[in-house]
Ligand binder design. Structure first.
Ligand SMILES: Nc1nccc2c1ncn2C[C@@H](O)[C@@H](O)C(=O)O
Length: 432
């Protein structure tokens, strides 16, 4: 086929990207351990994996582990703003077919995804790795004839799971799904601690705002909202919470945060953070009441938690300050600061969540694909989570890592908890 083997910004950025990938490997013991244990056995030989997930150093570490395990891989990015061009260049130079660059248009993003459907040998994908259900949705809508050949898709994020549950409810889901987001070693770590550090990194790189002493309104008190509230509180902000779920609202109260409504919040908020995985949380009726130069940022995936469309249609002036930072001047004479066009701020304005928590999330991605490919019959069409097992493995001193997997009783299932939070010294008894 005359398809480009890759399309990125600049292959000359590869060396700098490779250095960052090496640094990330040092802080991703879980993924590296899985690569060491499973790599030699090539459990994914025969997998043609199309991935659509943020192109960061952490993702690159996972991609290279999956390839070491035998998978053929093609990649695009789920967010037009989150590709790090030097990482994409390092992956392209290493022979990965990647179609992604920082600052894609929405149409280019879709073109990139289309490049990953068929492999160079003309064969279609037979596995999907998704973050926000973009690729799974496109396969269902544009390539429905290919769904029967796909043994499974893994979904990384909350908003993606919401979309998949709707597909399932409408009886339109055609492939097995492993819900990586709800693995406890993913959502209790990446979503919480990762996004807590990521939102601060993103908002500061975007706006240089002083956080101490500010009124910060966090909308959504799930794993992500909890991590963000803790991070902003740590910087001395006064954090108030909007939350409709009574349990999460009670947790917010018990954590010392006032829980109020958006009508009340938009009178006091100086920094807003949407973290719900839902849509249209901040709307016209709120924005028209907000303080001058309030900052609206989003850390849920997708671009619809803040009603950007209304802002673009109704601002009297849109002032671009720098890439990923605009000020919208409203008809009431006040202005709102919006980083990243309302897209996920940690990945659009910084480099995403740190390696250590991503090792947890991406270890679960790897385990999901080993599970889906080697145990096909066990995962019918539907949404599954990786089994959670507690396992004590007592290992004779000095034995090699490879026989670790043979010590797992054949009846047990894949270890859901990734290694990254445990010592990689397999010579000592430890409990997983
Ligand atoms: N450094 C990174 N690499 C890849 C993906 C990254 C990331 N940081 C955040 N996400 C997104 C995840 O938090 C995903 O789990 C989500 O929920 O969006």
């Amino acid at each position: 086929t005359d398809k480009l083997t890759y399309k990125i910004t600049d292959i000359n950025l590869a060396e700098s990207g490779r250095k960052l990938i090496s640094m990330a490997e040092a802080e991703m013991p879980g993924v590296m351990q899985l690569k060491k244990i499973h790599g030699p056995k090539k459990p994914l030989k025969g997998v043609r994996l199309a991935g659509c997930l943020h192109v960061t150093a952490q993702t690159a570490v996972m991609i290279e582990a999956l390839r070491e395990m035998g998978a053929q891989i093609q990649w695009s990015c789920c967010n037009p703003l989150s590709t790090q061009d030097n990482i994409a260049a390092a992956l392209a130079k290493a022979g990965i077919s990647i179609y992604a660059w920082q600052g894609e248009t929405d149409e280019e993003k879709l073109w990139c995804i289309d490049q990953t459907i068929y492999f160079p040998d003309g064969q279609p994908l037979n596995a999907i790795l998704d973050d926000g259900c973009n690729l799974t949705r496109i396969v269902h809508e544009k390539y429905p004839h290919l769904t029967s050949g796909i043994h499974g898709s893994s979904e990384e994020t909350t908003a993606g799971i919401t979309k998949l549950r709707k597909l399932l409810k409408d009886k339109r889901l055609k492939i097995p799904i492993i819900n990586v987001n709800d693995s406890v070693t993913k959502s209790k770590f990446d979503n919480n601690y990762g996004c807590g550090e990521g939102v601060i990194d993103g908002i500061k790189r975007a706006t240089d705002v002083m956080i101490g002493g500010k009124n910060v309104v966090i909308i959504g008190y799930g794993n992500v909202g909890k991590g963000c509230a803790k991070a902003f509180s740590g910087f001395g902000a006064r954090v108030v919470i909007i939350e409709v779920d009574p349990i999460c609202a009670l947790q917010a109260t018990m954590d010392g945060h006032q829980v109020i409504t958006m009508v009340e919040a938009c009178k006091i908020g100086q920094i807003y953070v949407t973290a719900t995985g839902s849509t249209n949380l901040i709307r016209e009726e709120h924005m028209m009441e907000m303080c001058d130069m309030a900052i609206l940022c989003n850390i849920g995936s997708g671009q619809t938690e803040i009603d950007i469309a209304w802002l673009k249609a109704n601002a009297v002036k849109i002032e671009n300050i720098k890439p990923q930072l605009d000020i919208y001047h409203l008809s009431n004479g006040r202005a709102l600061i919006v980083p990243a066009d309302g897209r996920v701020i940690n990945l659009s304005c910084a480099h995403g969540n740190p390696s250590f928590v991503m090792s947890n999330s991406l270890s679960n991605q790897i385990l999901a694909h080993i599970e889906l490919f080697t145990k096909k019959g066990q995962y019918p069409v539907g949404i599954h989570t990786l089994p959670k097992i507690l396992l004590t493995v007592h290992r004779p001193l000095g034995s090699s890592a490879t026989n670790f997997t043979t010590e797992i009783p054949p009846s047990s299932t894949t270890i859901e908890v990734s290694f990254s939070s445990f010592t990689t010294d397999l010579s000592s008894p430890f409990t997983i």
